[in-house]
Design a protein around this ligand. Structure first.
Ligand code: IPM
Ligand code: MN
Length: 355
């Protein structure tokens, strides 16, 4: 039997609850698909940090490197100051495992509410390829005269030729494989960030010559925010830097139905990949059986795609679609008309049923 080693990091807050439902779906997939998933759990997160002072030990990192994929619940703890867990766990995972692509589909499923009037599933169907290891996220910069009246704070955006090129090439390849509009939009800010996005634009145009079948397009990030709301149907694949990608994918998550459904993949195309619901740890819903597990389940679906288990991915997507169309009243926590576990049960049941 085919088998995959999957690292599981349930993490903090509602992370463990949604991860449990994601695993429920994975077990059902394993049954119907005849593939085996060997799960290795890691108790990385705020609790471990508070009790043991440990963040992300090197031993865990080297084990994760050998996995076929990693599933992450959520990282973030109300008793830990902002920045620590994000930097030392989530960003460290991205950087150390060189997960240089953050793939974030913005796809509205039939039956899901979008706040954009008169737009439906045929209009909201695009993917953001976010660079995931450079830009403003590298931690480059510092303070001068900290705490004085003349304090200076510098935060630099690092863009390397190699880092930009590998991301843009991935986006072209992805756009070709996706085989929809075959249009790749570069999201930048060439009118102000005249160094960083000059590099991005040059590399984009150069790479574009190798993909004559892909239409290239450019838009400033502020305009993209406007178009994503006004004309989302225009987009097929958008490629952008780390910071802009972070911002526009929260907007994307909202137009596809919210954090209850939005998932993403942190991918090293030559190495390992980590899949996550893109919402946070939602501490106020922890332990209440109220949080929507569908985003974590959608992360499993992305993982199956990445593992090239297309048939199984399609089965899981079918189950998710059925739940959002026929069962849940809303995708928001506490308003689903079902509990977290019940939504997970429905998905698992639809995976197992053939009708
Ligand atoms: C995300 C998150 C992270 C980011 C935070 C938690 C560091 O917002 O995955 O989008 O900024 O990348
Ligand atoms: Mn974000």
């Amino acid at each position: 039997m085919k088998s995959y080693d999957i690292g599981v990091i349930p993490g903090d807050g509602t992370g463990p609850e949604v991860t449990e439902e994601a695993i429920k779906a994975l077990n059902a997939i394993s049954e119907v698909g005849g593939v085996q998933f060997n799960l290795v759990h890691y108790d990385i997160g705020g609790e471990r940090y508070l009790s043991k002072g440990e963040l992300l030990p090197d031993t865990v990192l080297s084990e994760l490197r050998e996995m076929d994929a990693v599933l992450l619940g959520a990282i973030g703890h109300p008793k830990v100051n902002p920045g620590i867990l994000e930097k030392e766990i989530l960003l460290k995972l991205r950087f150390e495992l060189d997960l240089y692509i953050n793939l974030r589909p913005v796809i509205l499923l039939p039956g899901v509410y979008t706040p954009i009037k008169d737009k439906g599933p045929e209009d909201i169907d695009f993917v953001v390829v976010r660079e995931n290891t450079e830009g403003l996220y590298t931690g480059s910069g510092g303070f001068l005269k900290k705490g004085t009246k003349n304090e200076v704070a510098i935060q630099e955006s690092i863009n390397t030729r190699g880092g930009v090129e590998r991301c843009i090439r991935f986006a072209f390849e992805y756009c070709r494989r996706r085989n929809k509009e075959k249009r790749l939009t570069l999201c930048g800010k060439t009118n102000v960030l005249t160094y960083a996005f000059d590099l991005w634009e040059r590399v984009f145009n150069e790479c574009g010559r190798d993909y004559p079948d892909i239409e290239t397009d450019y838009a400033h990030v502020d305009a993209i925010c406007m178009w994503m709301v006004k004309n989302p149907e225009f987009f097929d694949v958008i490629v952008t830097d780390n910071m802009f990608g972070d911002i526009i994918t929260d907007l994307g998550a909202m137009i596809q139905g919210g954090m209850g459904i939005a998932a993403g993949g942190n991918i090293n195309p030559e190495g390992v990949a980590m899949f996550e619901p893109i919402g946070g740890s939602a501490p106020k819903y922890t332990g209440l059986n109220k949080i929507n597990p569908l985003a974590a389940i959608a992360a499993v679906q992305m993982m199956l795609d990445y593992l090239e288990e297309e048939t199984l991915s399609a089965i899981l997507l079918g189950a998710i679609k059925r739940v959002v169309k026929d069962d849940v009243k809303s995708l928001s926590a506490g308003k689903m008309g079902y509990g977290t576990r019940e939504v997970g049960d429905l998905v698992a049941r639809y995976i197992r049923s053939t009708d």
